[in-house]
Write a protein that binds this ligand. Structure first.
Ligand SMILES: [Zn+2]
Length: 148
């Protein structure tokens, strides 16, 4: 038993669980709508003779990149739809970032819980110290025989 380690671990379990809960509250506050995808602005050439894009002044095309049945697809986004599509994608990315953080925090909670277990665990077998068994009470030292 390591009391210092145990109390540090207890504190860490609670602290990370509280941080987790705070972030969980923020995460569920998202009302959407969200768009699962990536929003991208690309420079493109239209191919028309005499257009400025032939001199290197490219047109800006907005695309939404999504994964459909495991395949990557790009969709053109009309200029009037750009702001809303971008907002929905940004909400999605923020949501994903929070989820990743929640995953890290849950690892911390579990890690600290494991540390606590290590700190409070006694050895499986009583160990002899100076000829006497350690602090295990006599009643617990008897081997339990299975009932028939
Ligand atoms: Zn052009």
């Amino acid at each position: 038993m390591n009391n210092d380690k145990a109390s540090r671990s207890r504190k860490k379990v609670l602290d990370s669980a509280q941080t987790f809960l705070g972030l969980a509250r923020q995460t569920i506050a998202e009302r959407g709508p969200v768009l699962r995808g990536a929003f991208q602005l690309r420079g493109t050439r239209c191919g028309k003779d005499g257009c400025k894009c032939n001199q290197g002044e490219l047109h800006t095309t907005a695309v939404l990149i999504v994964s459909e049945a495991g395949k990557r697809r790009s969709y053109y986004v009309r200029p009037p739809d750009r702001p809303e599509v971008q907002r929905r994608v940004e909400r999605y990315l923020r949501f994903r970032a929070k989820r990743a953080e929640l995953s890290k925090l849950s690892e911390q909670v579990l890690g600290a819980t494991d540390d606590l277990l290590d700190a409070i665990a006694e050895p499986h077998r009583p160990q002899r110290q100076r000829g006497a068994l350690t602090s295990i009470p006599a009643a617990q030292r008897r081997r339990v025989r299975p009932k028939r």
